[in-house]
Design a protein around this ligand. Structure first.
Ligand SMILES: Nc1ncnc2c1ncn2[C@@H]1O[C@H](COP(=O)(O)OP(=O)(O)OP(=O)(O)O)[C@@H](O)[C@H]1O
Length: 621
């Protein structure tokens, strides 16, 4: 049975709340400047509703003698009731009431267009206690006869009194704590903060009554009908770099997105998903590096987007990750894709320039993104024996040789070793099919993925490394039909040259052909990248499967049966003088192709030369 019951009011320790807000809600000490500017902006916007011609201005004034910084606006001002109800109440404000279409007081200036106000939480004013131990608000409402003076110190009683003030508007003065007094003496730090947050606020902001306003206000990329050239110039000036391409953005559905993105001429480091895109909400800068909005593959995009409908977090340092944010994110990706697809038709050279400039970012991302691969197929070029070709051209030209290939519709030949680029080009010169040079392994994987995409649609495409032991390379490309492994006794004799040795018949004047295939170097460089954490996980899987393939990881040499010296040497026993000449020729062919000579082979080279000398001229002395 209940003995007693009582209702206790919910208590809030104001000093504690102020302390928490000041110390923990905002991550930067200049946030209060933004909050004060935003309040002034909202007050001016509210006055504009009753007086459509009214423009308004904000003045920020430093006073070094008094250690103060004040924010002055000629906005709608506060009635005594407003000051009592909203200035000192955490979580309550007229802006919030208007936004929620709440029961607004007469002083609110009507509901009007709720979209132009920034405030909503009713906490911003308290952020001033981060910097100040005393705040004084002097104000007169547009429709009131008298003004008010409101004064509060952290944790103290609020004092409200009548004030003689002629003009409508508000002055909020911050009596700065000793550690923030530089804000009353250094114009640069205040100017920097104003520009950081309020550059695009549609109201001029002046510092210390100077004639020139501090904020930019107009940016061509926010104009309702953007002029492409003007936008490009404005971006170049604001971000201080020349865009490679500009993506103007303006949509209203599923949410309003306005602004422009551009492709930076700066090299984007590795495969990070660090964005450098700036977002504003009602023109107040929320972040200069919004995370997770622009597709992770588009790290080369910069620019500024106004997301009018998005909700900032209470600290206004980020956006709330709600459904709307997700919808905006996916429509942005669509917009970027359709821009590039459009560019592929209207200005393919520009698209190629974009892709080429950021090719490794594109290639890396396309490994896991089919839509991106679809785009890259037509503009991502690789060097081939037949000049530079797009992925699509490579695939289409790699028609399988019907004489030898029954299983495959296409065979794509590729070479991974830069050192034999010219040699491979000569081999393929007489053929219709090209050989692709993929010196970066992820480009090889990209090619493989594109082939895989085609295979899924029913075209059977084989990717083969241009080396003698790859199926049909000898027959279709080299024209060698009798290729076979060398006999074990010769394999033993040639062991130290460090290559797989094959025998076949080809042009009479060429004793050997050497092919380099030192893939372990690539594998090693990937291991280093992996250790630095620069390879995305999915990509890593592809690399691993790639290096697991049955492609030989060693150099290869074909000895020519048609060559008189070679055929003679092979008809003798290993160890005869001719076999030593043959071994020297093999090492030399590998050397000229660019292979490094192992120490054991070097020693053998000397021994072989001594042996040949002895046979020709007899022993010294
Ligand atoms: N310069 C000003 N002119 C007129 N009214 C003001 C001014 N500054 C503050 N106010 C009033 O005080 C209220 C509380 O301001 P505060 O900055 O705490 O919150 P807010 O701006 O409503 O919301 P938020 O916390 O999202 O910024 C405002 O809603 C507004 O009614």
């Amino acid at each position: 049975m209940t003995q007693w019951q009582r209702h206790i009011p919910f208590k809030v320790d104001i000093a504690g709340v102020i302390d928490i807000m000041g110390a923990s809600l905002y991550s930067r000490p200049d946030t209060p400047i933004r909050e004060m500017l935003q309040n002034a902006h909202d007050a001016i916007m509210r006055r504009r509703r009753t007086d459509l011609d009214f423009r308004g201005r904000i003045d920020v004034v430093q006073n070094a003698d008094e250690h103060t910084i004040s924010f002055q606006d000629d906005g709608i001002g506060l009635t005594p009731e407003d000051a009592e109800d909203y200035l000192g109440t955490v979580g309550a404000g007229i802006t919030g009431l208007i936004k929620r279409s709440g029961d607004v007081p007469d002083s609110a200036g009507g509901l009007g267009d709720r979209g132009d106000l920034i405030g909503q939480f009713g906490v911003g004013l308290f952020s001033a206690f981060m910097l100040a131990d005393r705040i004084v608000v002097e104000s007169r409402h547009d429709a009131a006869d008298h003004g008010i003076r409101w004064e509060a110190g952290a944790g103290t009683e609020i004092e409200l009194m009548e004030l003689d003030r002629a003009a409508p508007g508000t002055v909020v003065t911050l009596y700065l704590k000793p550690e923030y007094r530089f804000l009353s003496t250094q114009p640069e730090s205040v100017e920097k903060a104003i520009r950081e947050y309020a550059d695009f606020l549609p109201i001029p902001i002046y510092l210390n009554r100077q004639a020139k306003r501090v904020n930019v206000i107009h940016a061509a990329w926010f104009e309702p009908s953007q002029d492409r050239e003007a936008t490009e110039l404005a971006l170049q000036e604001y971000f201080d770099e020349a865009p490679i391409d500009v993506i103007p953005i303006r949509v209203e559905k599923p949410a309003s997105i306005a602004g422009a993105l551009y492709v930076t001429p700066q090299r984007v480091p590795g495969f990070t998903d660090q964005s450098a895109v700036m977002v504003t909400v009602r023109r107040m800068v929320i972040s200069r590096k919004i995370q997770g909005l622009v597709p992770a593959w588009a790290t080369f995009l910069r620019g500024c987007l106004e997301l009018h409908d998005c909700s900032p977090t209470t600290s206004r340092e980020d956006l709330v990750r709600d459904d709307l944010f997700e919808r905006i994110k996916s429509s942005l990706e669509d917009l970027i894709f359709s821009h590039f697809s459009e560019l592929a038709k209207s200005d393919p050279t520009r698209l190629e320039a974009v892709v080429n400039w950021h090719r490794y970012t594109f290639a890396g991302a396309a490994l896991e993104n089919g839509r991106l691969r679809g785009l890259l197929r037509h503009c991502y070029r690789l060097p081939t024996s037949h000049g530079s070709l797009t992925l699509d051209e490579i695939l289409k030209r790699s028609v399988a040789d019907s004489l030898y290939e029954e299983e495959a519709d296409r065979v794509v030949w590729y070479n991974t070793d830069r050192r034999q680029e010219r040699w491979v080009n000569t081999l393929f010169a007489e053929h219709e099919v090209p050989c692709v040079h993929t010196f970066r392994s992820f480009e090889e994987s990209l090619l493989a993925q594109c082939a895989h995409d085609d295979n899924a649609k029913g075209t059977v495409t084989d990717l083969r490394i241009a080396t003698p032991s790859a199926p049909n390379f000898a027959t279709t490309i080299l024209g060698v039909s009798d290729l076979e492994d060398i006999e074990p006794r010769w394999r033993e004799f040639l062991e130290h040259v460090n290559a797989k040795i094959l025998v076949g018949s080809f042009r009479r004047d060429q004793p050997v052909m050497a092919f380099l295939n030192e893939r372990y170097e690539l594998a090693r460089s990937f291991d280093e990248m992996k250790q630095r954490g620069e390879i995305p996980r999915g990509f890593q899987r592809l690399i691993e499967s790639h290096f697991k393939s049955d492609v030989p990881q060693e150099n290869e040499v074909i000895l020519n049966r048609n060559h008189p010296m070679i055929s003679r040497a092979l008809s003798q026993k290993p160890g005869m003088p001719l076999s030593s000449v043959m071994r020297l020729i093999v090492i030399n062919a590998l050397n000229s192709a660019g292979a490094a000579t192992p120490d054991s082979a070097r020693k053998q080279q000397t021994d072989d030369l001594d042996w040949i000398a002895q046979c020709l001229w007899g022993k010294d002395g």
